[in-house]
Design a protein around this ligand. Sequence first.
Ligand code: FPP
Length: 241
Amino acid sequence: MVSLDRTADQLDPAFVPTHVAIIMDGNGRWAQQRGQPRLFGHRAGTENLREILRACVEFGIKILTIYAFSTENWGRPPEEVRGLLSILRNVIDRELEELNREGVQLRHIGDLSRIPDDLRQKVLSAIERTADNDRLIVNVAFNYGGRAEIVHAIQEIVRDGHSPEAITEELVSHYLYTSNLPDPDLIIRTSGELRVSNFLIWQSAYAEYYFPNVYWPDFNREELLKALFHFAERDRRYGKL
Ligand code: FPP
């Protein structure tokens, strides 16, 4: 059993996941509970990212992937889509300098071709600006879908003329957006929903899942610590005995 009163100094570094990925779910319900519009929840969800990034560094996590916008999210009302695009823009404008100072390396997975030109340029220049940082990799999934990623990889594999015999798991992994990152060890989905929702479906083959019963804006350092203690107790066998 994971007791609630354990502190960070009781974490065994050998059992801290290298790569944590998060489906930041429940912003809408969190806002609704407060009688506020959904975007209020997304903004609150952006605020607690700061605490989570700091906690990742403190706990020794090296890579954090966050699901900020899925390929399916285009189907939300235009106002919400506009709001999520503008959150991405504001986060880069307001936070880039500090993230860079703190040694965060920003990356992106997904398809940037569908987002406005100026925002795409902003994302690309933030990636370039932080490329040499190595304290924490923050990998933002924006306009990302796991199936779309696999389709894109197959298209590129065919375009590059690989023969059927040359197609291995390693080759496919190499063509994914995450090609130079290790697979996630731990995937967290907040809000109590027990679904994968097209997130890192290839890369999650051996990931541990954790589904805390809190909405994303309430997922804080303590909640992350709890997730890490749960992870440390999992017995990862990778299909072996
Ligand atoms: C899911 O909650 C959340 C999203 C679709 C957006 C997540 C985005 C952020 C937290 C903002 C951070 C963004 C960047 C670019 C750093 P939901 O809206 O599906 O909530 P619900 O299930 O309660 O309706």
